[in-house]
Each structure stands twice: as C-alpha cells, then as structure tokens.
Design a protein around this ligand. Structure first.
Ligand code: SAH
Ligand code: SF4
Length: 353
C-alpha cells in the first residue's frame, strides 16, 4: 500500500469544516448511486439471545454484567420472526446473539437454520452474527442454510484490539475466523467501532485498508457508544472530543469506505441513530445501502443493549417497518423488497473464481 494512498485517506478522514465534510459525503453518495442505484436493502435483525461467554470491555451484554436478564428466544419465536420478515418482503434476515460455543447452542442454531430454510424453500437469505466459532461449526451452519456472516474485527490495530478485550481474546484468532468464513463460501462481513480509546485517524485509515485487503463483501461500522456497566465506560476517548465530532467521523468513515470499495454492501448501523435521531438516514446519504430494522420480539429488546441509548426498543415489527419506509422514502431512496441484496462485490468475486 503506497504511503500517498494512505495519506489521502487520512486527509479525507481529517476534514473538519462543514462544507468539505458535506462535499465528501455527497461524493460518496454519488458513487453509491451510480454503482448500486437509489435502493436500500433490508435485513430483519433478530437478536435471538443475549447469553454470552465473552467479556469484551465495551459491550453491555458481556458475561459478567449481572444487571442483564438473560434470554434465548424459543425456536418457535425465532421462526415466527423469520417468517414475518419473509412474508413482508424483507428478502433477508440477520440472526445475531452473544457468543456461545457449546454443543447445545451449535445444534440449536443449526436446527433453526434448517427450519427457516425449509419453511421458505431457501428463499430467505440468512446472515449469522454469533461470534468466533470452530471451522466445523461455521461449516455446519453454512450447510444448514446460512450464507452470510458478520464478524467485526472491532479494530485492525492489534494493540487497540488487545486493549478492549481481556487477554483470552486473540486478534490473530479473529482474523483467522474471518479467513475461514470466506474459505467456506460465506459472504463476508466485518467492521469496526469508531471512537475507541486511543484510536487515531491513522488507525481508522488502516481499518479501511484492512477491509480492502480482506476483500470483504459487507461492512458494518458505527460509533463506539460507552455503556455504564462496562470497563471502557470511564476511559478517555482521545481523538473524539464530543458527540458531534464522533458522529461526523463515523459518517466520514462510511463515505471513504464507499469511495474505496464501491461495490460492497455497507450497513447504516443502529449506533448512528443512538447519537442522532436521523443518524441512520445520514449514513445512507453518506454511501451506506443496507438498513437493518430490529424485528425481535419487543419483550426481549430491552435486554439486548450492547450500548446505551439504543433506539427502537419499544416498537413492534410492523411499527418498525412503517417507520423504516418513511425514513427511507423521506430521503428519496426506495426499498428493494423481496430481494436478497447480495453485495455486487460478492457476486463478482464468485463469478471470477
Ligand atoms: N457476539 C457477536 C455479535 C453481537 S455484538 C460478536 O461479538 O460478534 C455485535 C457488535 O456490536 C460488535 O461486533 C460490536 O462492534 C458492537 N458493539 C458492542 N458494544 C458496542 C458499543 N458499546 N458501542 C458500539 N458498538 C458496540
Ligand atoms: Fe459477547 Fe459479542 Fe458483546 Fe463480545 S461483543 S461481549 S462476544 S455479545
């Protein structure tokens, strides 16, 4: 990677006057429109369990947070949510949970995947986001019908990664998981949090370069939002002085990633909306093209708080869909109903292999 190239990314991420930032976001939006059109893909997000064996220092549902009421949605509840998404034209769902590696959990997820695949005749695209697993588990889930996997690297800087996780978490193992997922045939999603303690603009530029070298198909990233019941809550956030700066920096990350990787899918992460009510729309206008409405049963949502001020915890799926329609149409985009919405990058990657 040429130093000039990296310094150009740094320059873009460092823009700090409003007209220049707006110009960057507009350019990225134009790239998205000319390559992918004025459409947004939906993924119905089902947060099916908050039970987690990990202790990530930033996350509200980490194992030792005893204030959280733990749940695992029943097979029937998950299936109902998936069918609701299917019948309402979502085309695609994401099954997300805390991390568990025990046999019971692996079989539970496998069984759900088989049931959803059967009930929809394999017509619903299923994405998993269930953390680090063995190659065998990833394979079993792929064979049972999952086709995409989201596993954020969180930060491509190994030192930052080590700083935000306990010592039994391993950066190289996480990278290996990403490579394994790709090797198996999954559409690969990764991403980072923006505004982590000690993270610099250069780190963020390296994150974008990491996405490119990994040849990722999908990116999900958003601002880091401290949670009071986690060890990172008290830490000083060095590069980002206030909420507005964090918001702008996160939007710039979306924009530069879109310009660098025009054909991938980029999610307008919910964390944007946790900062500002129209944060997700703004992320779409900065080059994101995927929206992930929460379709979990309302009774569980308050217990899946990875960060504070998480929005949409009280709305049911129908209200949520109406709200999403309004939000997306309000910015002049249309929803690609009944479409899988695989990333163009993935389609070309597979075609060329
Ligand atoms: N257990 C799985 C999936 C659930 S966590 C996993 O860890 O991969 C999904 C994502 O939520 C994480 O990758 C992380 O980037 C994000 N997240 C967790 N805590 C957060 C916080 N305090 N602020 C912003 N994002 C957070
Ligand atoms: Fe568990 Fe994922 Fe939260 Fe880490 S980020 S504590 S693995 S749910």
């Amino acid at each position: 990677m040429s130093p000039t190239f990296k310094s150009e990314i740094i320059d873009l991420l460092s823009l700090n006057d409003t007209p220049s930032i707006n110009l960057l976001l507009q350019n990225a939006y134009q790239v998205k429109n000319s390559v992918l059109g004025k459409t947004v893909f939906l993924r119905g997000l089902i947060e099916f369990s908050n039970i987690c064996v990990k202790e990530c220092y930033y996350c509200g549902i980490r194992k030792s947070n005893s204030k959280v009421d733990r749940y695992l949605m029943s097979e029937e509840e998950i299936l109902n949510s998936a069918m609701w998404a299917f019948e309402n034209g979502y085309g695609s769902i994401v099954l997300q949970s805390g991390e568990r590696n025990d046999k019971k959990f692996v079989s539970f997820v496998e069984n759900i995947l088989l049931k959803i695949s059967e009930a929809t005749s394999n017509k619903l695209r299923i994405t998993l986001s269930c953390g680090e697993q063995s190659k065998e588990t990833y394979k079993r889930w792929f064979e049972a019908g999952a086709r995409r996997f989201l596993l954020r690297i969180e930060s491509s800087n190994k030192i930052i990664y080590e700083n935000i996780h306990p010592s039994d978490h391993n950066f190289n193992r996480r990278v290996k998981c990403l490579l394994t997922l790709k090797e198996i045939g999954y559409q690969l999603g990764t991403g980072v949090m923006i505004g982590l303690p000690n993270q610099t603009i250069e780190d963020l530029a390296n994150d974008i370069i990491f996405f490119r070298s990994l040849d990722a198909d999908m990116i999900g990233m958003g601002p880091f939002i401290p949670h009071a019941d986690t060890p990172l809550f008290e830490q000083d956030i060095k590069i980002v002085g206030n909420k507005n700066e964090l918001y702008n920096l996160s939007l710039k990350m979306v924009a530069v990633t879109r310009i660098m990787l025009p054909k991938i899918n980029i999610a307008a992460a919910t964390a944007f909306q946790a900062l500002y009510p129209f944060g997700r729309e703004k992320a779409l206008l900065a080059g994101a093209n995927v929206f992930m409405p929460n379709i979990s049963e309302v009774k569980y949502r308050k217990d899946y708080r990875l960060y504070e001020t998480k929005p949409c915890v009280d709305e049911n799926s129908i209200d949520c869909l109406q709200c999403v329609e309004k939000r997306i149409e309000g910015i002049g985009e249309s929803i690609a109903y009944f479409e899988w919405g695989d990333s163009q990058h993935f389609e070309e990657r597979i075609y060329n292999n």
